[in-house]
Structure formats: C-alpha cells, structure tokens
Design a protein around this ligand. Structure first.
Ligand SMILES: [Zn+2]
Length: 698
C-alpha cells in the first residue's frame, strides 16, 4: 500500500501513449465544442480500460496526498482531493448516464464487472488512515485556518464523509464495511436490471377491436404502431411503460383488461422467478442496517437523515403524519365519489385500484368537462420545451441555442447551448424525452460535467434531461399529458440547478445538496406550468398555433384540486414504506410482501389505492439514492410552494425576485446550510400552509 508520488510516472506514461494512439477517447481531453463527450468515438470496449486506468490514476493521486511530507494544509489536502480522479470521473459520468438512458447487454455486464472495483476503490480512499489523519488534523483546528464559508463547508463535508465511510473503525469492522458496500452495489444493480427487463417483458396484445372500447384514437394508433414494431401487424400491443399504461387505465372500458394491465404493473419484480426482487431488497435493507449499526447509528434512516434538512426519522414521521391524516380523509371522500359514480351507472362492484384512473377521469369529465385528451393538443413536446426555455429567459435572462455540431448518443437527443443575456457561455443541455427499450423508466436530470472553478480554472456544466414521454406517431407529433408536461418543467428545474451553479468545488456545486433540498429548484418550476399567464405563452395548439382558450384554462384551474387526495395518499404511502424499510434496527430480512402489507396496514391505506411503488420495483430507494429520502418531494414542496409565494407577491416573472432566487439558492449548490440559503431568499423560514392549501388539504 505504500506508494510514493514517483509511482505515478509510469501510469502517466501509459495514459499518454494511449492518448497519442487515439484509441481511447477517455484518455485525453475531449476535442469537441465545450469538451462535451465525443459519443461517436466512444465504444463499449473503451469503458473497462478507462475505468481501470482511472482507478489506478486516482489511487496514485490519493497516495500522493496522503503521503505528502509537508504538513497538511487546506490546499494540499482538501483542494487536492477535489482535483483528483479526473479520468475516473470522466468515464463514470458518460458510462452511468448511458447505462440509464441507452443501455445494452454489454453495458450492463460492464456495470456489474466494475461495481466491485469501484466500491473497493472508494472504500480504500475513505478508509485510508494516513489521509484521514491529515483531514482530522485540519478539522480539529478548522476555526484557525481562516477559511471562507465555502471552504469550511468543504472541509466539514469531507471530514464527515470519511467518518461516515468508516475512517474511525477498527480493521475488522472496516473489512466488514467493505464487504457490505460491495454487496450493496451489486444488489442495487441487479434490482434495477430486473425492473428494466420486467418493463420490457410484459405485453398485452389485443386482437379483437371491441376490446379497444373507450380508448382515444391516438392511444389506439400508438398501440397499433407498437404491435407493428413487434411484428404483429393489424393488432394492438399495450405495455407497462407509462405512456402506454396510464391512458389504458384512464380510458379502457374493459374492466378485466384494466385489471390485467394494473396487476402486471404492480407485480413487477414479484413473480418468484429470475427477475424477482424480493430477496434482493430484503438483503439490501438488512445490509444497510448492519452498516448503520457498524457506524454507530441505530438505523439506516438515522445514518442518512443526519445529512438532510430533516435530521432524524422521528422528524420525518412527524412531518408525514401531519399531512397523511388530512390527505387520507380527502382520499376516502374521493373513493366515495367514485363508488357513487359506479353505483349510479348500475355497476355492481366495489371500486378497485385498477378502476381509480378510469372513474376519476370520468368524474373529472363530468364535473369540469375536462379530460387529459382535450389538453394534449396544447402540449406538444417541442412547445413545452420552448415554454420552459422562455420561462428561464424571462426569469434569468438566459438564452438557449440549438446546436447540431455537438455529438449525441441517440437520434432522439437534442443539444442546446445555454448562454447568459450577454451571450457568454453557461453550459450545455441535452434533452432526450422518448421511451425505448434501452432506457430505464421515469424521468431524471443528470450531469456529464459539474460546474467548478478551482484555481480559476472554469469548468462549465454539461447536463441532461431524460424522460419517457408520449412519442410522436406517424400522424401526430409528441403530445404530452398534463402530468408529462409538469414532469418536463420539473426536470428542467434540476437542469437549471446544475447549469446556473456558481461554485468553486465540484463536491459542493450544482445539485450536490441535501436530498430533501434538491427538489426545491425542480418543483418550483411546476408552479409556473399552470399559471394562466404562462399557459398563454407556451400552450399553443399543435395544428393551429392558437393559444389555449380561456375556458380551458379556467377548467384546468378549477380542477386543480381534483384527485389530490389520491395523489397525496399514493405518494405518501410510498414515503412511509421507504421509512419503514429503513428504520429496521437489526438485519432481519423479513418477508417483503408481508412487511409491506403490515406497513400499509399501520398507516391505514385504503384498499382502493395501491402504494405508488411497491417494494420490488421501488427503484428510488433500492437503486436510485433516495433510501430514507422518498419523503423529500413533499418536504421540498413545503419549500417550493412557500418560495413561489414570493413570485406571487412580486410578479410571476419578477426579475429581482428571480435574481434573488438565483443568487441565494440555485447558484449556491451545497456551499451553505440549506435553511440559511432559504432564509436569505425568503427572509424567514418556510411555512407549511401554502402546501396544504395547494393540495386542498385545509
Ligand atoms: Zn426531481
């Protein structure tokens, strides 16, 4: 383990030789506009050598920092750590983005091969005793170092990361921690792969046209196209990908087929076969609590939450309960309304979860003369995307220019250069909005390069927005549902958080903030989406270009609170389930389904509503970094609803309010405590009332 700085030399020589031969694009700076990834040059064979070289290089750098004969300083320790691992970060950023957005069997295989190597590598760093001693030495005298607020935050974060990574443990415990981390990294990958396969495995083929009853024309056409793609010309295929599933549940008159689709969706990863996730997730929960115990925390949630705004499990449960009780009351009333509709139609059955979408859509139509299909023509994807760009221009003066000279990894990807009002470069945004078999479900933002500015070297952000929105058909462009529209606004908010970052160190820049703070910049954008002034700007008919009519806007506004009991309860049930899995106090591996049922019984979830994600496909918490953090969305909604009030008070597009939001919150990354940042913007702590009011719960 004893390496000197000299040992870096042969390594560098290897890198340079690869560089000259031009074989592996990761081994040199990218020669593309703004040094974006040269996707056209990157092949699957390049990843593993780049990972291995990246790890070797990073190891050598870490050794050099740990063994530096000079006394530790902020610069030779913390700044040096921030600068280290450049090659590894470069390949990781491309690889993990593509493994989510455009994967293949080969990529999945590499992910599995590399997972234990990376887990061991990062453990090596966090458990490097010499390095930790340098960090601790500085941490103990931090008040005398004359650091800026940002530097101090970096020091504290790094120190904490090491302690949380096992730096204080004895050798035996360190070894066990390594095993746990390695095993968790593999299990999490397997969990995610199984769900990708499950999403693609199920299809429901309809051969009798009568079974299409109730479905809108566009939905039928999309199903016919899917069937044709799969070699079943003249038939219709529905899948459990959201753009196929949700309209089917909303509109199909065939109750038994709705049930079939719904059951297929909620039983993903639960078929007791090779794609089953139950044993994987219980093992993960057990390993997580074992790790927490090793590190001195009673539960995994305690371990995670100390880093969040909500510091303890008790605080999260208290918070959830405050909203759960009124939400459940509203949902019960909604269930009664739907049952009344069923009874009124002479339906001799009890409302079931696969009926909820169908009857709530019917009821919405009856009450407000509004349904999703009436709105879609006004939400053409391109118009919505232009809408969020316009909004950002109004708020922050920034500009978006489409670029065709920047490489992409798939033809569905569009690239934009983002610029300040004066034309200076901010960063790059990729949008990639349509589902395909190689993309995992859901919508997300990620970074190919984080913004940073160490020693005056400016690194500009390269970010992406990925979605699984309704695709164009042969006759119509991509027309989004209202929900998809809100999701596009949401992810764009995350993109802005990455793009408008103005920080020094990459570990604290952009979206590197507390998990329950990160949804503020995204969710606040959703507030604009349905404001009449905003709708008039972007919601124009895809054929005529006419802005959405006032009466339709009125209907959207009036129906705003419709079905909110359901939406809140469905989401919050998943938040409780997440917390329950992660407040186990010992590694017991209970039966997954029984555990889930008991968890749902405890909160009194009504049988007409299924938890938003059942455990076997709860990717957020078993494969997505939201363990003990799924509550974050509604926690951040307290912040976003309260923050949006500031715009209501000063004007929807008020530049000064926007500037303050940019300066105090979205440009600041994790450089200060989130509550301090928030109060600087709002002048006080957030209030919960706007959230409760916004969801019709008070
Ligand atoms: Zn989000």
């Amino acid at each position: 383990m004893k390496h000197s700085t000299l040992m870096m030399l042969p390594l560098i020589a290897i890198l340079f030789s690869c560089n000259r031969s031009g074989q592996n694009p990761f081994f040199s700076e990218y020669e593309t506009p703004f040094q974006t990834p040269p996707f056209q040059l990157i092949h699957e064979k390049h990843y593993m050598p780049a990972f291995k070289a990246g790890i070797r290089q990073h190891k050598a750098e870490i050794q050099a920092i740990a063994n530096n004969p000079e006394a530790p300083t902020f610069v030779n320790t913390f700044v040096a750590l921030e600068k280290s691992g450049e090659l590894l970060t470069r390949v990781e950023n491309v690889f993990y983005n593509l493994n989510s957005a455009n994967t293949s069997d080969r990529l999945q295989k590499i992910a599995k091969d590399v997972a234990p190597l990376r887990a061991a590598h990062y453990d090596d760093i966090l458990m490097n005793e010499k390095l930790f001693q340098r960090i601790k030495t500085l941490y103990d005298i931090r008040e005398n170092l004359g650091l800026t607020v940002e530097q101090n935050k970096l020091l504290e974060k790094q120190y904490k990361d090491f302690v949380r990574g096992g730096a204080n443990l004895d050798e035996e415990k360190k070894e066990r921690l390594r095993q746990i981390n390695e095993e968790l990294s593999m299990l999490s990958l397997q969990f995610s792969e199984n769900i990708l396969a499950e999403n693609n495995r199920f299809e429901m083929m309809i051969e009798d046209e009568g079974d299409l009853s109730g479905l809108p024309e566009d939905v039928v056409k999309a199903a016919a196209e899917t069937a044709a793609e799969r070699g079943h010309e003249g038939k219709w295929v529905f899948t459990i990908h959201k753009p196929s599933l949700i309209p089917f549940l909303q509109y199909s008159d065939r109750r038994h087929l709705r049930e079939k689709m719904f059951m297929a969706y909620i039983n993903k990863g639960n078929h007791n076969d090779d794609l089953d996730n139950k044993a994987i997730l219980t093992k993960m929960a057990a390993l997580r609590v074992e790790r927490a115990n090793l590190l001195g925390y009673p539960t995994h949630a305690d371990y995670i939450l100390e880093e969040n705004m909500a510091k303890t499990p008790e605080q999260v449960y208290d918070f959830l309960n405050r909203i759960w009780t009124p939400a459940l009351k509203v949902a019960r009333q909604e269930a009664r309304d739907l049952q009344a509709m069923i009874d009124g139609e002479g339906g001799d059955f009890t409302l079931e979860p696969w009926d909820w979408w169908y009857y709530s859509e019917k009821l919405r139509k009856a009450k407000y003369d509004l349904d999703d299909e009436m709105l879609r023509p006004y939400f053409q994807m391109e118009n919505v995307r232009k809408g969020v760009f316009d909004l950002a221009t109004r708020l922050y003066g920034i500009q978006f220019e489409k670029r065709t000279d920047i490489p992409v990894y798939h033809e569905d990807v569009t690239v934009y250069e983002v610029k300040e009002a004066d034309g200076s470069h901010i960063g790059i945004l990729y949008t990639d909005y349509f589902p395909r078999a190689s993309k995992r479900g859901g919508a997300w933002m990620n970074e190919y390069r984080s913004q940073s500015r160490i020693d005056g070297v400016e690194k500009t952000p390269v970010v992406c927005n990925i979605g699984n929105f309704s695709k164009p058909t042969a006759e119509k462009p991509s027309l989004l549902s209202l929900d998809e529209t809100l999701t596009l606004f949401h992810e764009f908010g995350h993109a802005l958080h990455g793009l408008l970052s103005n920080c020094t160190y990459p570990s604290l820049s952009g979206t590197n903030v507390a998990r329950d703070f990160v949804e503020l910049p995204s969710q606040i954008m959703e507030n604009w989406a349905l404001e009449p002034e905003m709708l008039k700007i972007y919601a124009t008919h895809y054929k005529t270009g006419e802005p959405i009519p006032d009466d339709l806007i009125k209907k959207i506004r009036q129906s705003n609170l419709f079905n909110q009991g359901f939406a809140t309860v469905e989401y919050m049930a998943a938040s409780f389930l997440d917390m329950d899995w992660h407040t186990l106090t010992s590694p017991e591996e209970p039966d997954a389904i029984q555990f889930e049922n008991e968890s749902m019984e405890r909160i009194g979830l009504i049988p007409q509503i299924a938890v938003r994600y059942r455990s076997p496909y709860f990717l957020h918490i078993f494969a997505g970094g939201y363990s003990s953090g799924y509550y974050s969305y509604i926690w951040a909604e307290v912040l976003d609803k309260d923050a949006f009030q500031a715009f209501r008070e000063t004007g929807l597009f008020n530049r000064e309010t926007a500037q303050s939001f940019r300066e105090n919150i979205i440009s600041r990354g994790g450089t200060e405590d989130p509550m301090v940042l928030y109060k600087r913007f709002r002048g006080r702590e957030p209030r919960i009332q706007p959230l409760l009011k916004g969801r019709g719960l008070i």
